[in-house]
Design a protein around this ligand. Structure first.
Ligand code: NAD
Length: 251
């Protein structure tokens, strides 16, 4: 298996896209470090399924990230995926939610990256994959913090790709459109409220309206792309922002 001997940390991997990425990397032979919140027994089942370790670090807290990175040991593949959303008009957007979203979706990646880069440089090999979003390229109303954080992570990724270009370490974003996960399900009630729509109208007229394929992206499709980015053949793929959005940002 081509990832045997590689150690991968996937943040926010107890659910949704991160879990699918962790499963795909595990299937490729990588040793997995999981991170994220959730029910204790469900997490225990995941660590068993993937022969993984797990960190419950809250990535909005820089000290907790520091502890997680120390415990994780040498990381060859870093996937910054943990993220959250809040939907509200900008003049009603709770400042505490703004701070939390920027901390988790953007600043956490700065901290994990600064911890892994010296080890990756020393080995002359590394893969940094950041789950951005279609919202790293285009915006939607009522998602000011999320859009700012995702545009930010796209710029951060390009910067580190350039800094690391001659080290054997690549850095790329994956930018999904709408993927059916708890994060999407959770924003439906607030979107109903912000836009005065029913649940069906939010799904069909707001979410799928963006995606010419009229289909939600599957988490496994994101996992497959993450595996590709870890291949030797992807060594010259760096600083890219990979859309997996059913054609959304082509329009
Ligand atoms: P999800 O809610 O299913 O999973 C989020 C994961 O992050 C969970 O494991 C959760 O425990 C973890 N997490 C949340 N807060 C955390 C914190 N403070 N510290 C550590 N871990 C924390 O979400 P998802 O849809 O799988 O989203 C994963 C990533 O994909 C996010 O960055 C999100 O912005 C991005 N994304 C999702 C979609 C989508 O349609 N679902 C589209 C584009 C981008």
């Amino acid at each position: 298996m081509f990832l045997s001997g590689k150690r991968a940390l996937v943040t926010g991997s107890t659910s949704g896209i991160g879990l699918a990425i962790a499963r795909s990397l595990h299937a490729g032979g990588a040793e997995i470090v999981l991170n994220g919140f959730g029910d204790e027994s469900e997490i225990a089942a995941l660590t068993q399924e993937l022969s993984a370790s797990h960190s419950a670090a809250d990535l909005t807290d820089a000290d907790a990230i520091e502890g997680m990175m120390k415990d994780a040991g040498g990381i060859d593949i870093l996937v910054n995926n943990a993220g959250m959303q809040h939907v509200a008009p900008v003049d009603e957007f709770p400042p505490a939610q703004w701070d939390r979203i920027i901390a988790l979706n953007l600043t956490a990646a700065f901290h994990t990256v600064r911890h892994v880069v010296p080890g990756m440089k020393e080995k002359g090999w590394g893969r940094i994959i950041n789950t951005a979003s279609a919202h790293s390229l285009v915006a939607s109303p009522f998602k000011s913090a999320y859009n700012a954080s995702k545009h930010g992570i796209a710029g951060f990724t390009k910067t580190i790709a350039l800094e690391l270009a001659q080290t054997g370490v690549t850095a790329n974003c994956i930018s999904p459109g709408y993927v059916w996960t708890p994060l999407i399900e959770g924003q439906i009630p607030d979107t109903m409220k912000a836009r005065g729509l029913s649940r069906e109208e939010v799904i069909n007229d707001v979410l799928l309206a963006k995606q010419p394929t009229k289909k939600f992206v599957q988490p496994e499709e994101i996992g497959a792309l993450a595996v590709f980015l870890c291949r030797e053949e992807a060594g010259n793929v760096t600083g890219a922002n990979w859309s997996v959005d059913g054609g959304w940002t082509a329009e």
